[in-house]
Design a protein around this ligand. Structure first.
Ligand code: GDP
Ligand code: GDP
Length: 439
């Protein structure tokens, strides 16, 4: 599971700037959804072999009536609770304030791994100007400049270094073929996740078994269905009680993100009686960004009338248009309707996500596509695509080699994507295309 790093500190110390440095540039679509978590922002980053999740508490809007301190304290506590390691940001130029002391005291009492970070330290000589921060009693001060990107790599390294992370294992194509399909069921509270999972586990064709060594509350259930092994991975917002699952009220973005990341295939559940909510779209944005295979199921189809069904189909078309590649199912977990075809889609999505695409086939498809429609000339450049190979899977990645490929338009990439998708019968997985220009 990816470790979680929280950024806390009073307003204006540079948390958001640091957050942007620590997270990869995100998909435009996902960036739009980021605004939906009003209070805390969640992003993902990678350094060396290690991937991590970052929480920024900078996004909240101070409510004058409640008092900025109170709100900040609340945001800080929630982010800290979710984090494995905390970065406490102070302003190297402004020096210590009463608020800094308050946060510092809180963190010291808590005893969670934390690093004190003095931001805006560009052009400063460590030592003299930073000594006052030792007053906080949090040990060494790490000087960085988020705006200039100085010291950020080393900061992330130190943060991850606090956690004794295991070396991530490289997965090969063969590993994935033999391993069970890791499945995560994602969705807001009350969409019917536990009802669906219990319906599955009650199915005759499905054999649940306990893995040795797993604790009773660990929500990771291996099972077999029609000879295919699955592993239902820790699904946020559920608790296992003996043999049945029950929902817990709290919705955790971090848990949802971790479940999505840990899965091969994500089943995104939507509640037919509620329509597509902001939170649904937000979760869908994370699924897209993760590159996981995805199937969308609208649950409680039994509880809506024809008019609601029409409205729903329209709102899915508009609000989840960026998941067009995902198969869509209408089900009733309670009445156990539509579950068979849903299984078929989940298996098919996994197959698509782990599909092998041989270089000769890819290259032939590429050359055929070019013959059908040549990429446009941009200025005096005409992109010259020469061959293609598979650079990864889950999501499948096709790397195209040639010259002047930075001039290939988005529209042309979509055209290529369509041709590749059709040939390999890819459904339920994003397909990524990367252009590699050799000079
Ligand atoms: P937040 O409220 O803690 O999220 O702070 P922001 O990231 O919004 O930054 C507050 C202000 O500090 C902005 O004007 C930033 O441009 C500025 N800032 C952030 N990082 C640095 C830095 O490393 N050096 C300097 N000089 N300014 C910075
Ligand atoms: P979770 O929070 O996502 O795990 O949701 P639950 O499985 O606890 O379901 C929330 C509520 O929706 C419960 O009252 C369920 O009985 C109800 N529910 C779940 N699936 C269906 C369904 O297919 N149809 C109808 N009408 N209600 C459902």
């Amino acid at each position: 599971m990816k470790p979680v790093i929280a950024l806390v500190g009073r307003p204006n110390v540079g948390k958001s700037t640091l957050f942007n440095r620590m997270t990869k540039s995100r998909d435009a679509i996902v960036a739009d959804f980021a605004g939906l978590t009003r209070d805390r922002h969640y992003g993902q980053g990678k350094q060396g072999k290690h991937e991590y999740i970052v929480i920024d508490t900078g996004g909240f809007e101070p409510d004058a009536s409640k008092g900025i301190f109170k709100e900040m304290a609340k945001q800080t506590r929630q982010a800290v609770a979710e984090a494995d390691v905390v970065l406490f940001i102070v302003d190297a130029r402004a020096g210590l304030s009463a608020q800094d002391h308050e946060i510092g005291n809180y963190l010291r009492r808590l005893g969670k791994p934390a690093l004190l970070v003095a931001n805006k330290a560009e052009g400063m000589r460590e030592g003299a100007q930073l000594t006052e921060f030792y007053e906080l009693g949090l040990g060494d001060v790490v000087a960085v400049s988020a705006a200039h990107g100085q010291g950020v790599r080393s900061l992330v390294e130190q943060a991850l270094g606090q956690l004794n992370l295991p070396e991530p294992e490289e997965e090969t194509l063969d590993d994935v073929e033999k391993a069970p399909i890791r499945l995560a069921v994602a969705g807001r509270p009350n969409v019917g996740k536990s009802t669906l999972i219990n319906a599955w586990l009650g199915e005759e064709r499905l054999v649940a078994f306990d893995m040795p060594g797993t604790t009773r509350d660990a929500i990771s259930v291996p099972f077999e269905r029609n000879g295919q092994k699955f592993e239902l991975i820790d699904t946020a917002g559920l608790r296992r009680k003996g043999k049945v699952f029950e929902a817990i009220e709290k919705f955790s973005v971090v848990k949802t993100l971790q479940a999505i990341e840990g899965a091969n295939v994500v089943l995104l559940l939507i509640d037919a009686t509620q329509g597509v909510t902001d939170q649904d779209a937000h979760i869908a944005g994370y699924v897209l960004e993760s590159g996981r295979a995805v199937v969308v199921a609208v649950n409680k189809w039994d509880a809506v009338d024809d008019y609601q069904r029409q409205m729903l189909e329209r709102s899915i078309e508009t609000r989840l248009s960026f998941l067009k590649f995902a198969p869509l199912h209408f089900i009733s977990a309670q009445k156990r309707q539509g579950l068979g075809p849903l299984w078929a889609s989940l298996v098919q999505a996994h197959k698509s996500a782990t599909c092998k695409m041989p270089t000769p086939v890819l290259t032939r498809l590429l050359l055929e596509a070019i013959q059908y429609q040549t990429p446009k000339k941009v200025g005096s450049y005409r992109p010259k695509m020469r061959y293609a190979h598979q650079g990864g899977m889950n999501p499948p990645l096709i790397v195209i080699h040639g010259n002047s490929l930075e001039h290939v338009t988005e529209a042309y990439k979509r055209f290529l994507e369509g041709r590749f998708r059709k040939e390999f019968n890819l459904v339920g997985t994003p397909l990524r295309i990367e252009m590699k220009t050799s000079h």
